[in-house]
Design a protein around this ligand. Structure first.
Ligand SMILES: *Cc1c(COP(=O)(O)O)cnc(C)c1O
Length: 426
């Protein structure tokens, strides 16, 4: 297909994330990808290759077209690409589940595999509500969270996303009303810890669970907070009979410097959601893990099963590549790589902080964020980054990067230059 034809058809027929229909801007056409580079079908701003500063939204941690991951998919493809999971099982899914139990915080023991992060949050919420229902406490069905969060775009996760953030603002009054407190401050403040304790205590009789992203709030605003708040949440949940859910879909698999963000303070949730980097960015898959307490609670209820079963549950191709991606990650000194990227981002983004129109530049693990004091001009900022040979996807007042862990120091420096250029242009 000719490039102009492809773009015309795309604009006429194809929805893109958070996009209008028909599309108003021309997307770039990617022909192939390898390592940290996306190859474009036609040059944009004089570039045919872009360094991916986004890891395709947190997922492609090992880069593209990785020989080990390619082999894992090919090998599985020759055996079977899919088989239903009801009444049947297979080694890739079992191996993956066992592996996830092994590497996640201790009391998490049972794994529900689904096809996307949003669905894994739906499953987490269903688990928590059903747990209390089984225990004869059906009134415990609300969720508690802090503002500034993001948990996906299906209905239930939307209800715990930031209510004013923009993406789901339209649905206030339609979504299930959950209990919100202010977004967590970056540093530890006893008054905020006290607010968490008080509000959880006050609403405990109707609360099924506290649902948060630990340490980093991603798409809801790219904010970081002191991990000590997680301990406060754990203690308050224990004191008031509320379950604790950590959504580690963005933070999992090393992104913040520890394998899971919860590891920073050794706090274990009752339920944990994983996704995004789970398959190294190859295929859509997510996991909801829970403790035996939660599973046993559900099993003792009037309806002793978890009524959820996606058609593509435990997909063998996705499971196989997830296992390979995990092996690849854990076989290397990923901590050193993430630290190296953290150092590179700190140095490289420091000049951006001094630009007019920039409120703050912040870095945690392999995540770099430049926050403007005004809404970003998305088109101008994206163009400025492409001119530097880098793919970024700014939104709201944020220009940010979470590069693949395999990004070289030179490529990382170029990403930082591009973020700075985008901040200056946007
Ligand atoms: C991306 C994301 C989700 C949603 O995952 P999808 O696979 O896009 O449905 C949920 N929670 C967090 C923290 C995320 O970053």
């Amino acid at each position: 297909m000719r490039n102009d034809e492809l773009i015309a058809l795309d604009r006429a027929h194809v929805w893109h994330p958070y996009g209008p229909m028909p599309g108003r801007t021309d997307p770039l056409v990617v022909e192939s990808a390898s390592g940290v580079r996306l190859r474009l079908a036609e040059p944009a701003e004089g570039r045919t290759e872009l360094i991916d500063g986004m890891s395709s939204w947190w997922s492609a941690v090992h880069g593209y077209n990785h020989p080990v991951l390619n082999d894992a998919v090919r090998g599985q493809l020759d055996r079977m690409s899919h088989v239903m999971f009801g009444g049947l099982t297979h080694e890739p899914a079992v191996r993956l589940a066992a592996r996830l139990v092994e590497i996640t915080p201790e009391p998490l023991r049972h794994v529900f595999l689904s096809d996307s992060g949003s669905v894994s949050v739906e499953v987490a919420v269903k688990m928590c509500l059903q747990y209390w229902r089984s225990l004869g406490r059906p009134e415990k069905q609300r969720l508690f969270t802090w503002r500034g969060g993001y948990h996906g775009d299906t209905w239930q996760p939307m209800s715990v996303c930031d209510p004013d953030g923009g993406m789901h603002e339209l649905w206030q009054g339609v979504l299930q009303p959950q209990v919100f407190v202010d977004a967590p401050p970056a540093t530890y403040e006893e008054s905020y810890a006290e607010l968490l304790r008080t509000e959880i205590g006050k609403h405990a009789h109707t609360l099924a669970a506290v649902v948060v992203e630990p340490v980093v709030q991603g798409a809801g605003g790219m904010r970081f907070h002191d991990p000590a708040y997680l301990r406060v949440l754990r203690e308050a949940c224990d004191a008031h009979d509320v379950l604790l859910v950590f959504d580690e879909i963005a933070t999992g698999f090393g992104r913040t410097g520890t394998l899971f963000a919860a590891d920073q303070v050794a706090v274990s949730p009752d339920v944990m959601c994983l996704g995004k980097a789970l398959t190294g960015g190859y295929l859509s898959m997510a996991a909801t893990l829970c403790t035996s307490r939660v599973a046993d609670g559900i099993s003792q209820g009037e309806v002793p099963v978890l009524a959820h079963g996606p058609t593509f549950m435990g997909n063998p191709l996705a499971s196989a590549v997830a296992c390979a991606s995990l092996d690849l990650l854990l076989a290397q000194d990923w901590q050193t790589e993430v630290k190296r990227i953290e150092t590179g981002l700190r140095e490289g983004l420091a000049p951006a902080a001094a630009l007019p129109g920039v409120r703050e530049a912040r870095v945690l693990g392999a995540i770099g964020v430049v926050q403007l004091d005004h809404p970003v001009d998305m088109a101008a900022a994206t163009r400025a980054a492409v001119r530097e040979g880098v793919w970024l996807r700014p939104y709201r007042d944020l220009i940010y990067t979470m590069p693949p862990y395999v990004t070289s120091d030179d490529d990382l420096a170029r990403i930082c230059t591009a973020v700075t250029a985008a901040a200056a242009a946007g």
